[in-house]
Write a protein that binds this ligand. Structure first.
Ligand code: FES
Length: 113
């Protein structure tokens, strides 16, 4: 594993549970859940919406159609909600979302990506 420091002070977790950052030109959602720090691709696998959202425990709810993802594993917890007359393209869901090992070190977040 090769952790690299990202420009996120761990102090941010005293004000909010998660933050969106870019690592290697990828949007990555970083969140503190309990004593752990987790990182996951921040693009929803349903229709590509950015996961610009607060994290509740380990659950990340997509703001577009409310699919719920587990930031610890990238697993789909709850399927997207779409209008009944509009088919959900479930076969296009490429779950799980990619996750990356993350940790706190010297007051900063580090992610192995
Ligand atoms: S784009 Fe995320 S649930 Fe539809």
């Amino acid at each position: 594993m090769t952790f690299r420091r990202v420009s996120i002070s761990t102090r941010i977790f005293s004000r909010r549970s998660s933050v969106l950052t870019w690592i290697n030109r990828r949007p990555v959602l970083v969140a503190k859940v309990g004593d752990g720090v987790y990182a996951m691709d921040a693009v929803c696998a349903h229709m590509g919406c950015a996961l610009l959202t607060e994290v509740s425990g380990p659950q990340v709810t997509c703001p577009a159609h409310e699919a719920v993802w587990d930031i610890r594993t990238g697993a789909l917890v709850s399927e997207p909600k779409v209008k009944p007359e509009m088919p959900c393209e479930e076969e296009a869901l490429h779950a799980p979302l990619r996750t990356y090992p993350a940790r706190e070190h010297d007051g900063f977040v580090e992610v192995d990506i």
